[in-house]
Design a protein around this ligand. Structure first.
Ligand code: IPE
Ligand code: IPE
Ligand code: MG
Ligand code: MG
Length: 297
């Protein structure tokens, strides 16, 4: 197995530890117990942890050995992702009853706690970067800016979710904002936490995010809720723009393959480029449900 792939696996335990330290820090004795319980429930057990693994894979590929700032950024990005899922599942958005194989946060704790869980996770994300990267003040502004840009207005997750309230939605901007932006934060923060120019890493993250959202749209029509741990058929039922619904299943699979190729082509020059290429291809193979066949190797 390639060294970068091996590294990515061994980093998983540290991601869980950084997340757990962050959640422990804001759920201490005396904090509102229901909200503290819901925060932990929203973060653990995790899902694929794709975004933090991507952030750390980029940081290691950039040759960084002190990964503390990268770990803090990776954890912050995962906390923001968890927050986005809690809010996305609310009755006023997708009204999803299940997430990660268990009742969604609002089903388990009620809507008021679910709104506050998302809010608290967003704030915790920024605290995590501020504290975890305080030893490298020269990088802190960039890291904060990268992370904030991926969730806010005008082109972050909240903008993407707001597209659902507009009369016309272009699939590409919807996907780029609701999913691509956070993947781009992961690649850019990996480079910025290494003290490197980070803009060159944006395209890779955006393409990976687009690829992942196309795969998610395919899973929504061709997967099962047992396998995915969340409801399926939601995009059609809710009238959401979806690659599978706009392009058909075969067209969406072709689009996915194109995006994997484009992502690989956009890896900036770095020591670990070959390892990153391998990692992207391996991950992409796991994105589709059994029975949906990709054309490309
Ligand atoms: C789900 O993301 C939301 C999308 C942007 C498609 P993930 O599939 O990464 O969710 P988890 O973290 O693994 O549960
Ligand atoms: C969610 O997109 C993207 C977020 C910002 C959470 P989806 O609504 O397609 O994600 P799932 O299918 O609920 O995980
Ligand atoms: Mg949803
Ligand atoms: Mg979906």
């Amino acid at each position: 197995m390639d060294v970068a792939v091996q590294n990515a696996h061994s980093l998983t335990a540290s991601i869980e530890k950084t997340l757990s330290d962050a959640v422990d820090g804001c759920t201490t004795v005396g904090a509102p117990a229901r909200l503290a319980q819901a925060l932990r429930y929203a973060v653990f057990p995790g899902g694929h942890r794709l975004r933090p693994r991507l952030c750390l894979a980029v940081a290691t590929s950039c040759g960084k050995t002190d990964l503390r700032a990268a770990h803090a950024s990776a954890a912050a990005i995962e906390l923001l992702h968890c927050a986005s899922l809690v809010h996305d599942d609310l009755p006023c958005f997708d009204d999803a009853q299940q997430r990660r194989g268990k009742p969604s946060v609002h089903k388990a704790f009620g809507e008021r706690i679910a709104v506050l869980t998302g809010d608290a996770l967003i704030v915790l994300a920024f605290q995590t970067v501020a504290e975890g990267a305080s030893h490298v003040p020269a990088y802190l502004g960039d890291l904060m800016g990268i992370v904030a840009g991926s969730v806010g207005m005008p082109f972050g997750i909240v903008a993407g979710q707001a597209r659902e309230c507009e009369p016309h939605v272009a699939l590409s901007s919807y996907h780029l904002e609701k999913t691509g932006a956070l993947f781009a934060a992961a690649t850019m923060a990996g480079a910025a936490a290494s003290g490197l120019p980070f803009e060159a890493w944006r395209t890779l993250g955006e393409r990976l995010g687009l690829e992942y959202q196309v795969a998610d749209d395919i899973r929504d029509v061709a997967g099962t809720s047992e396998d995915l741990g969340k409801p399926v058929g939601q995009d059609l039922a809710l009238g959401r723009p979806s690659a599978a619904l706009e392009l058909g299943l075969a067209g969406a699979v072709r689009r996915l393959d194109e995006l994997v190729t484009q992502a690989v082509e956009s890896i900036p020059n770095c020591d670990g480029a070959a390892g990153l290429r391998a990692l992207i291809k391996i991950e992409a193979k796991r994105f589709l449900p059994a029975g949906v066949v990709r054309q490309a190797a």
